[in-house]
Design a protein around this ligand. Structure first.
Ligand code: HEC
Length: 174
């Protein structure tokens, strides 16, 4: 569209109030609708929900809802291994990127499981179940003690093994 046509069109809009108003489609989004999608947990744990869970609790949920795809003890097959000591170094781009050797923050494991798993029925786990699953996966990877309780306070304090090897491009943003 040429500049003059845009100017003409804008002029028409201004001249005809009925045009200038919104077409009246759609409905105002409610807080509840926004809340269902506003589930991002920041690396520092901001937005982690209430509740808590242990590896023992998570193990039960895992057996029921995750094992079929991630195998006994999270060793992987047919889909990604969730528990693995595979090294990141030495195999270049082929190196398996696991929760233990690659994920920089434990809070992201929570965010990911809650929003994406169990495939293909994400968002069906309770917040407590997710805490348990995260505790189970971290404990099996020997990142936390077997009896550690994961909640909004303890989870952000978990130190992931590879946390210092990330280059944070915009440190002010997190
Ligand atoms: C029907 C199969 C299926 C089920 C059931 C399932 N997952 Fe997954 N999961 C996948 C697939 C597919 C991926 C992503 C592709 C891949 O990496 O293999 C994935 C990836 C993941 C990852 C990311 C792994 C990584 O290092 O990138 C986590 C964590 C995870 N799943 C946790 C769970 C948990 C916890 C449950 C149970 C509540 C679960 N999954 C149930 C199929 C499944």
């Amino acid at each position: 569209m040429s500049i003059s046509r845009i100017a003409l069109f804008a002029g028409l809009l201004a001249a005809a109030p009925a045009f200038a108003q919104s077409p009246g489609l759609g409905a105002k989004i409610t807080e509840a609708d926004v809340g269902a999608w506003a589930i991002t947990i920041l690396p520092d744990g901001t937005n982690l929900p209430k509740g808590s869970g242990t590896a023992a609790q998570g193990a039960k949920v895992y057996a029921e809802k995750c094992l079929a795809c991630h195998n006994e003890g999270g060793k992987g097959g047919p889909y990604a291994a969730l528990v693995s000591d595979a090294p990141l170094q030495g195999r270049g781009i082929e190196a398996p990127k696991t929760i233990k050797n690659f994920w920089g923050t434990a809070t992201t494991v929570y965010d990911y499981i809650r929003r994406a798993m169990p495939w293909p029925n994400p968002r069906t786990l309770t917040d407590e179940e997710v805490y348990g699953l995260v505790a189970y996966i971290l404990a099996e990877n020997k990142i936390i003690e077997k009896d550690a309780v994961m909640d909004a306070k303890s989870l952000p304090q978990v130190k992931m093994p590879n946390r210092d090897n990330f280059i944070i491009k915009f440190p002010d943003k997190i």
